[in-house]
Design a protein around this ligand. Sequence first.
Ligand SMILES: [Zn+2]
Length: 332
Amino acid sequence: MFEILSLKRGLVLAGLVLAGCASAPAPTDPESFDRQATLSLTRELSRDFLFGRAPDTEGSRKAQDLIITRMRALGLQPVGDDYRHPFLYGDFVDRETGQDATPNLPGTNLIARLPGRRKDGLTLVITAHYDHLGVRNGEIFNGADDNASGVAGMLAIADYFAANPPRHDMLFVAFDAEEAGFGGARAFMADPPIPASRMTANLNLDMISRGENGGLWASGANHTPAFAPMLAEIAVEAPIALHMGHDGSDPDEEDWTSMSDQVVFYLKKIPHLYLGVEDHPDYHQPSDDFAKIQPDVFIASVETAIMIAAAMDQDLDEIADFRTENCNLSDC
Ligand SMILES: [Zn+2]
């Protein structure tokens, strides 16, 4: 992996075009982010003293502090007064009585903004959930791959774009309560910090640090076909095997469209890509620890995620046109 990585230094992403896009591609060096900070944040988020980062716990608040410290260090701006956006989640129907119920479980999303060079209102929303399963039967579920890795990867993307300002506005959102049925993502979309009409596309990272089952999957091109040529170009240069699928295109593969927070964007007809690895033996087990992640695979995933984010930013105008057309066909 190191040899492949070193060959790629100074890479220029050429020809990352959606159909009809004539804009010149921007030079991209996806290695320009702080690897040590990325690994160290992943390790810190998956330490026992965070007790599995269940929503509304002391461990969750420690995780929030770690993430916000990094957001601030990267110069990302809060949206509103604070990076923290509290919400309530839960059932609308009481499971025991069948009566109407009010969601009453507290959670906290963390939202940061990086302004783009153009002031055209288009926004790329980059997301990763930071909650995990907490403590069950006395065992701590540290969730290193799921999803400390995605949060650290998301902030590595922010690190890259803080030094290489994007064309378009970016939102970086660490969702809470994903493991409880996308509670944070649903609350985010129900009370969005910017109008949903300005959320042009979503890139969601959930489990990106393990390679036992071969490479990184990008799910979503089946819903937004224009992503397919873009991903095919990136796959040629990416430092990890990048596969397309798990998005309903192949009935023999599990469809991941509704299996992580990207589903709330999908339901709003906002084009999305979800990056993740196949399930592994430690998936949703107390053994999903930092010691099990594969740093070379993880860093290669992060570099690939940066390449994809750069290509999405580059082509966000065309993605916006696609969404507009898609919305004309049905209610958004
Ligand atoms: Zn997850």
